[in-house]
Design a binder for this molecule. Structure first.
Ligand SMILES: Nc1ncnc2c1ncn2[C@@H]1O[C@H](COP(=O)(O)OP(=O)(O)OP(=O)(O)O)[C@@H](O)[C@H]1O
Ligand SMILES: [Mg+2]
Length: 235
C-alpha cells in the first residue's frame, strides 16, 4: 500500500530525509517514532504530497509521486485515497461536527446532501460522537474535536490514513479516547502510519515500528506473529 524508495529531501540545503526506504502492506499499522527533528512530520508530508522531495520515489494507494513538484491532478487523486490527521485538529470552526464530516463527500465526491449526512452520522457514531453531530468545534473537548477530525478524514474512505502525533495536544484521558478509535480502525484493517512519541501505544497498535533519527531510518521492528514462540513475546 505504501512503498518509499530512497527518498531524500533537504530544507534550505540541510538534509532532513536521507535515503529513506520503507514499505507498508495493506492493512498494516506502522508507527513512526524518533527524536524531535528526526524528520517524522516531513516524511508524512512527503507521503501525501504536502511537501516535495529531491530524489527517490513514493507509491501510495496506487498513486506515484516522483521527485520535484507534483501536478495538481496527481495531488487531487491522491488526497481522495490518503487521509491525514494532525496534532492540531484543524476543524472548520463555523461548521458543526456533522457539517465538517460531510463537507468533502458533498463537495469533492458530489454525494447528495442527504446521503453525505447519513454517512457522516454513521462515522460520528463510530467515533463515539453520535450525540454531538450539531455541536460546533469550540464547544467540544480536544479529544472530541480530534475524533471529529478522524471521522472527517474517514469520510473519503481513504485507503491509507496518516496521523501526525494525534494525541500529543491532549490530556491523558482524552488521548485514551482517541487511541481507542485508532485501535478500532487497526482492528478493522485500515492501513495507517502514525507518528507518535508514545512507545507503549506504538507497540500496542502497530505491527511495525520505524525509528527515524536525523532523517535516516535507524531501526525497524516488526511484531512477532503470535504463536512463533519468542519467550516473553506476549508482553
Ligand atoms: N518549514 C520548515 N522550514 C525549515 N526547516 C524545517 C521546516 N519544518 C521542519 N524543518 C526542519 O526539518 C527537520 C525535520 O523536522 P520534522 O518536523 O520533520 O521533525 P519531526 O521528527 O516531526 O520532529 P517533532 O517530533 O519535533 O515533531 C528539522 O531539522 C526541522 O528543523
Ligand atoms: Mg513532527
Amino acid at each position: 500500500m505504501i512503498a518509499i524508495r530512497s527518498l531524500s529531501k533537504a530544507r534550505s540545503g540541510v538534509p532532513v530525509l536521507s535515503d529513506v526506504s520503507l514499505t507498508v502492506a495493506e492493512g498494516d499499522v506502522t508507527a513512526l517514532v524518533g527524536p524531535s527533528g528526526g524528520g517524522k512530520s516531513t516524511l508524512l508530508r512527503c507521503l501525501n504530497g504536502l511537501d516535495g522531495f529531491e530524489s527517490g520515489e513514493v507509491t501510495i494507494a496506487g498513486h506515484r509521486l516522483l521527485a520535484g513538484s507534483h501536478s495538481p491532478d496527481v495531488l487531487e487523486a491522491l488526497r481522495q485515497d490518503v487521509g491525514m490527521v494532525f496534532q492540531q485538529f484543524n476543524l472548520f470552526p463555523h461548521m458543526t461536527a456533522i457539517e465538517n464530516v460531510s463537507l468533502s463527500p458533498r463537495v469533492v465526491s458530489r454525494l447528495p446532501a442527504g446521503e453525505a449526512r447519513s454517512q457522516a452520522m454513521r462515522l460520528l457514531e463510530r467515533v463515539g460522537l453520535g450525540s454531538f453531530a450539531d455541536a460546533r468545534p469550540a464547544t467540544l473537548s480536544g479529544g472530541q474535536q480530534q475524533r471529529v477530525a478522524i471521522a472527517r478524514a474517514l469520510a473519503m474512505k481513504p485507503r491509507v490514513m496518516l496521523f501526525d502525533e494525534p494525541t500529543s495536544a491532549l490530556d491523558p484521558a482524552m488521548a485514551a479516547e482517541v487511541l481507542d478509535v485508532i485501535l478500532d480502525l487497526a482492528r478493522a484493517g485500515q492501513t495507517m502510519m502514525i507518528v507518535t512519541h508514545d512507545h507503549l501505544f506504538a507497540r500496542r497498535a502497530a505491527a511495525n515500528v520505524v525509528e527515524l533519527v536525523g532523517g535516516r531510518v535507524t531501526a525497524v521492528s516488526k511484531k512477532t506473529p503470535p504463536g512463533t514462540g519468542v519467550p516473553g513475546g506476549a508482553h
